[in-house]
Design a protein around this ligand. Structure first.
Ligand code: URA
Length: 477
């Protein structure tokens, strides 16, 4: 039995060289074993690989085999290179082997490739960066234990997603480091080299708790998607046992709870007392008058299904105005903007960017909650252009009173409400635009967009960009 030593766990190049020599020397698969340096058994001695003879027939293999081999080489099984050599050997006489999906070797290799691909996918979803400061500024560090050796395969994904951040991913197989310009790989790491927590933890927990629906709990599916082996690195995983334990009770409470329908008392108490004339009158000159007048607004039909009109909140004079889309379910009931889940995301991001919400005037482009009843729930609907245009009357009145120097718009509806034209927020975000009244507007995404991104890594990247936009707003002020 020959033993071939490879230099590293993922040394596909070394395997390829050795396999060519062995093949041209006619060494059968059962007479050779591939091992990674220092891993030989007691009685195995590494054997020199036969050099490829000049007269040897060139070895050709289908592209599909090369692609499969690149994945299988990352599998943690000890015999992965033996399997690949056996397939390479067989391919010399069975040219169509790769097409026989039922063949034992082919099926085995495909299964291992699938496991590797799944491990890479899980790495993209479950890496959680934690923020640290070093002499050179802010860095993001993550500890992760991939099921297979997918660090180098998956690192370019993080490079694309987090181009503007400096990050390091530590794993037991090696480290990947992005310094903003180059991606490099280093030696294995241990868990204690990574920070254990940071304030982003709270964001993950809020995010997870707000997307957890007790009525849809399927523990097995959840563990399939989010296997327990990854929980140790997921801040939100600490919530799972309690959320699961309370799911049944919460579901019963949800079923028993009355629907959050508009509060009829409020509608009847507020709407009729304000004269219709308000629609054509001069815009109110104080925030209190504006608050009252909005309750009588009939400029579009949205008032009919809403509990109340929700105006902005904040100081009467504020340098910063933040404009959202429209009140949501909780805002409609509370009569205040951004008090629900999107508000929590906004608060956390503002705190991180050191923008004090109490100094800002926070409002919406549309003052009534547009929604559609579904069962007991009220499902948000995006206001259409005529509704936004109709509501500009109120937004302009707020702007005239508050006189902000900078307006940050959250999402496309808010940008439309302020600019009066449709914009592609993702293209124009972060670039200050001068307005006619001398103020400046800065566009960014809506916080509820961050809550809807299913891929956690993408959500983290987008959240980081959102905080960056708020940082830019602070710098502008
Ligand atoms: N989304 C908004 O745009 N505004 C709010 O007030 C709440 C959620």
């Amino acid at each position: 039995m020959r033993t071939v030593s490879l230099t590293s766990e993922t040394d596909l190049t070394g395997w390829r060289e050795a396999a060519r020599g062995l093949l041209s020397a006619g060494v059968e698969p059962q007479a050779v074993r591939f091992r990674v340096g220092g891993q030989e058994g007691l009685f195995d001695l590494p054997s020199p690989t036969p050099p490829v003879s000049d007269k040897a027939r060139p070895i050709t293999v289908p592209r599909a085999f090369l692609d499969l081999a690149a994945e299988v080489a990352l599998h943690r099984s000890d015999d992965r290179f033996d399997l690949l050599y056996r397939m390479l050997w067989r391919l010399q006489s069975e040219r169509d082997l790769m097409k026989v999906a039922s063949d034992r070797d082919v099926a085995d290799a495909m299964e291992r490739a699938k496991n590797v691909s799944r491990a890479s996918h899980k790495m993209k979803a479950f890496v959680r960066f934690r923020q640290v400061e070093d002499d050179t500024g802010e860095r993001w560090i993550a500890w992760f234990e991939p099921a297979h050796r997918v660090l180098e395969k998956t690192a370019p994904f993080f490079q694309r997603r987090f181009t503007t951040m400096r990050w390091t991913i530590l794993t037991p197989d090696g480290t990947a480091d992005w310094d903003g310009a180059a991606l490099s790989f280093g030696p294995p790491a241990t868990r204690d080299m990574a920070p254990q927590d940071d304030e982003i933890e709270e964001f993950w927990k809020t995010y997870y708790a707000s997307t957890f629906n007790p009525a849809r709990l399927k523990t097995k599916t959840m563990q399939g998607e989010m296997p327990k082996r990854y929980w140790a690195n997921l801040p939100e995983a600490s919530l799972i046992p309690e959320l699961v334990a309370r799911a049944e009770v919460r579901e019963r409470e949800m079923v028993a709870a009355p629907a959050s329908l508009p509060n009829p008392k409020l509608i009847h108490a507020v709407a009729p007392v304000v004269e219709r004339a308000v629609q054509d009158a001069q815009p109110p000159e104080t925030l209190e008058a504006l608050d009252r007048a909005v309750q009588g607004c009939r400029r579009c039909p949205l008032w009919r299904d809403a509990t109340q009109g929700v105006c902005g909140r904040g100081p009467t004079r504020a340098d910063l105005m933040i404009v959202g889309e429209q009140p949501g379910d909780q805002e409609d009931l509370a009569g205040e903007p951004f008090v629900g889940p999107a508000g929590q995301v906004l608060n956390a991001a503002m705190a991180e960017a050191e923008v004090d919400r109490s100094h800002a005037f926070v409002t919406n482009a549309v003052k009534h909650f547009k929604h559609e009843p579904r069962g007991k729930r009220r499902i948000h609907q995006t206001p259409n252009t005529s509704e936004v245009q109709a509501c500009r009357w109120w937004l302009d009145a707020e702007r005239a009173i508050v006189k902000p120097k900078l307006i940050v718009t959250l999402g496309a509806t808010a940008a439309y409400g302020v600019l009066g034209r449709k914009v592609a927020v993702t293209k124009e975000r972060g670039r200050p635009v001068a307005l006619e009244d001398g103020s400046t507007v800065l566009l960014t995404v809506h916080p509820s967009y961050l809550l809807r991104i299913p891929d956690k890594a993408a959500a983290a990247a987008e959240r980081a960009r959102f905080v960056e936009d708020l940082n830019a707003a602070r710098a502008l002020m």
